[in-house]
Design a binder for this molecule. Structure first.
Ligand code: HGY
Ligand code: MN
Ligand code: MN
Length: 428
């Protein structure tokens, strides 16, 4: 059944060109906040640049006629109130924080898409039947503090203030101090926990190369992979680089290099969708003429199947301990973050299939290897994600890029979805 907010294809073409220019305008505007010297974006939770960005977004949402509100952890909401204010709200959005030296699309695109979709719907159709909201989530990446999904996790009740009491960043700044300095914290604004959300839709860049390779415009996420983030401390013995014979060394870095090799080989042996990454490594004392006595490093492992992920992490612990024992090294391993794989809502996925079909937009169902705020929201409401292609699959890098036309198609599909849920009151 042909049904769309945009009955005429030429109207659709006109709207796509409008969205193309507008979405790039918003993204380039957001990119002026927290740029780093490497040409990327480094917008970390509760930094000045982060606060400036949220405040500028609040002003923009207000100028778009949205009712704005911060919650007590710094999530920013822009609301297009519905006729029935008691009906659960439909929320779209993503995270405003980035990785270190990230790109201009990861997270920001979901916020830009939501802003444009609500602006268009309000202009064309006025007040929706139920409230539509855009949210700029305060933090998802876990880049500054050892805490991820702080924004969405606080909304769904999987994060709370007790969890952050002892957390510090690499400069030993306490999480709570940084949060209070930005004006957020317990009792500082409305409590972040929500129980009035009817659905959450996140629009995001794919951060992989599947859509580009297959020439497909929209990815409809089936399941978001589960994650484990582990931290290891390997201790050997610092010693003189010139006088310590090779067979008498307890070189922590040499041991860790063997662990990294073994990790890579095992992940390749097991095969996709398992991936494992050592992204952070600190050597002590980290000077050229001293045998490294201590190494601290992280392992990030992902899989769409919970049991496979658990099996792999058990293997990691066992293998790393064996490699340390062989070298008279000691090793401490701890898990500081875990999220289980989360399937997206069937009803919303079907809506997306239909919207893309009606508009002759190519789409495919796919797994998300990247974690997203949507895997938090699914704990409290029907949730779905749609992807647009990433050039060469690059992300978490200043090289991140998506064609403006591809971005615009994502905005168009989101607009139609929000129309169905907000104006036609589609049940899920
Ligand atoms: O790491 C991730 O998967 C996400 O980008 N935070
Ligand atoms: Mn990311
Ligand atoms: Mn992201």
């Amino acid at each position: 059944m042909e049904r769309s907010v945009l009955p005429h294809p030429q109207e659709r073409e006109q709207l796509l060109s409008y969205f193309e220019t507008q979405v790039m305008q918003v993204l380039n505007w957001l990119a002026t906040f927290s740029p780093d010297e490497e040409g990327g974006i480094t917008r970390l939770l509760y930094t000045e640049g982060w606060l400036e960005t949220q405040q500028a977004l609040q002003a923009k949402m207000a100028s778009n006629g949205l009712l704005t509100e911060f919650d007590n952890v710094g999530n920013l909401f822009g609301k297009l109130l519905g006729e029935n204010v008691d009906a659960p709200a439909i929320i779209t959005g993503s995270h405003i924080d980035t990785v270190v030296q990230g790109g201009i699309y990861d997270g920001a695109y979901g916020i830009a898409a939501g802003l444009l979709a609500l602006e268009y719907l309000q202009q064309q159709y006025g007040k929706p039947k139920r409230t539509l909201e855009i949210v700029s989530l305060c933090e998802e990446e876990g880049s500054r503090f050892p805490m991820a999904y702080w924004g969405s996790g606080s909304i769904v009740g999987k994060r709370n203030f007790e969890q952050i009491v002892h957390l510090q960043d690499s400069q030993e700044v306490f999480f709570a101090d940084a949060m209070h300095r930005c004006g957020f914290g317990e009792g500082m604004a409305r409590d972040s926990r929500r129980s009035d959300v009817g659905a959450f839709i996140e629009v995001h860049i794919e951060q992989g190369a599947v859509l580009e390779k297959e020439g497909i415009a929209i990815g409809i996420v089936e399941t978001i992979a589960g994650q484990r983030r582990l931290k290891f401390e390997v201790i050997g013995e610092s010693n003189h680089a010139g006088t310590t014979p090779m067979h008498m060394r307890r070189d922590a870095l040499e041991g860790v290099s063997m662990m990294i090799q073994a990790l890579r080989q095992e992940a390749i042996r097991i095969g996709a969708p398992l991936v494992a990454t050592v992204g952070r490594l600190q050597v002590q004392p980290n000077v050229p003429n001293v045998v490294p006595g201590k190494v601290i490093f992280t392992v990030d492992a992902r899989h769409a199947d919970e049991q496979a992920l658990d099996r792999f992490c058990r293997w990691v612990m066992k293998e790393f301990t064996a490699l340390a024992d062989e070298r008279q090294l000691s090793i401490q391993g701890s898990e500081w973050f875990r999220e289980e794989p989360v399937p997206m809502n069937e009803g919303l996925k079907r809506h997306m299939d239909e919207v893309c079909g009606n508009m002759a937009i190519t789409s495919k169902r796919m797994i998300s290897g990247a974690g997203h705020d949507a895997q938090m929201f699914e704990h409290i409401c029907p949730t779905a994600m749609l992807f647009v292609p990433s050039r060469r699959g690059i992300s978490h890098s200043p090289e991140e890029y998506t064609e403006p036309r591809d971005l615009a198609v994502g905005v168009l599909v989101l607009t139609e979805l929000l129309y169905r849920l907000g104006y036609e009151g589609e049940e899920l």
